[in-house]
Design a protein around this ligand. Structure first.
Ligand code: SF4
Length: 360
């Protein structure tokens, strides 16, 4: 029988597995806490579970930690982790604003959901590297568990409080795995991260926007909009050719009519989308919706055609949106010096050999 990934199991699934294998029901609660609260790497760590049960469980479930093979620290407090996966693929995960001297109220981690990305946005290093595969639930959850475990060595109180699915990959192209990860991370006996503290960011996979409204109306939704004109957005976000703006905005309005939730629209500002005319189009497009627009001046990515606009252009765009009563903020860039900002994540493993740094 094929073994199951212990990190991908909900507590109720572990109960079923225990009962089917003549293991007492309360063990499921102990295992779930070891795995999802403490980030256990091995059955041997689970000291309150008898050897006999541990041996039985080892035959049914596997525990596959992710190896942290590089950690980079930005001068703004952002930390970036490069993980090696079991098949030698690699992904990056970003912890924004980490600084143990700051309030512990908000520690936001940006998770990857795919190895590479098939969407191919023109400003994005991940997209340029192509697509390899979807991440499993255990691999997405594992990013939180490994970062937590690693940082608790320097700050035992460290806890991830907020999640954004905004790293490598399009989360809605790995929809089931992302939704199950959210359920696991929200669990009372796991990380207990509030649904409203988790946000899925999509390039605009229209059918999943409405499906999310039905499946989980608590989790936040962010749309990578980038342009209010199809001819421009087609070039920036190829997903727009399949789901153009009219369809995307219709789905967002539909989502809002079901959930009553505000939607965040992300606009990576570059030399192609900062004209006055474009700004007016944003106002027209978003009128009547409950939204917040984040303007993010694009970060330099080697090999990309798009460039960062001037500060003057950015303020003009902001003023036009504000005049159109669209709530807007300019989002401070994080981790640019370690290539941890939007569109900068990529796989780095190919030419380098690393030893894991998170063993115990
Ligand atoms: S911006 Fe997001 S959706 Fe677009 S290519 Fe990069 S990872 Fe994929």
């Amino acid at each position: 029988m094929e073994k199951l990934d212990c990190r991908a199991c909900l507590e109720e699934e572990l109960i079923e597995i225990c009962l089917e294998n003549n293991i007492k029901k309360f063990r499921a609660n102990q295992i779930f806490k070891w795995v999802q609260q403490k980030g256990a790497h091995d059955w041997e760590e689970m000291k309150n579970i008898g050897k006999e049960d541990r041996e039985k469980l080892r035959e049914i479930l596997y525990l596959q930690p992710l190896e942290i093979i590089r950690e980079q620290r930005s001068k703004d407090g952002t930390r970036k982790f490069l993980f090696r996966l079991v098949d030698e693929e690699s992904i990056e995960t970003v912890l924004m604003d980490y600084d143990k001297t700051l309030s512990r109220d908000r520690q936001t981690i940006c998770l990857s959901t795919q190895v590479g990305c098939p969407v191919g946005c023109s400003f994005c290093a991940t997209g340029m590297a192509g697509f390899q595969r979807n991440l499993t639930v255990g691999e997405i959850t594992g990013q939180v568990l490994e970062v937590m475990r690693y940082l608790q060595k320097e700050d035992p109180e460290f806890k991830v409080t907020n999640i954004v699915f905004m790293g490598m990959g399009e989360p809605f192209l790995n929809y089931e795995a992302v939704l199950k990860t959210i359920e696991i991370l929200n669990s009372e006996n796991g990380q207990k991260i509030g649904m409203r503290r988790m946000t899925i960011s999509t390039s605009g996979v229209v059918p999943k926007i409405v499906q999310l409204a039905k499946d989980n109306s608590q989790v936040g939704l962010a749309i990578s909009l980038h342009s209010a004109k199809d001819e421009v957005r087609d070039n920036l976000v190829p997903m727009n050719k399949k789901y153009p703006l009219a369809k995307l905005i219709r789905a967002c309005r539909n989502y809002q009519s079901i959930t009553n939730r505000r939607i965040t629209f992300e606009v990576a500002l570059n030399n192609q989308n900062t004209s006055r005319e474009e700004a007016k189009e944003f106002v027209k497009l978003l009128k009547g919706m409950t939204v917040h627009v984040n303007l993010i001046p694009v970060n330099p990515v080697q090999g990309s055609r798009v460039k960062r606009p001037s500060n003057k252009e950015i303020s003009v765009l902001k003023e036009i949106l504000e005049a159109g009563r669209i709530p807007v903020s300019i989002r401070e860039e994080k981790g640019v010096d370690i290539e941890a900002a939007c569109g900068q994540l990529r796989q780095r493993l190919e030419c380098e050999v690393y030893e894991p740094i998170n063993q115990n």
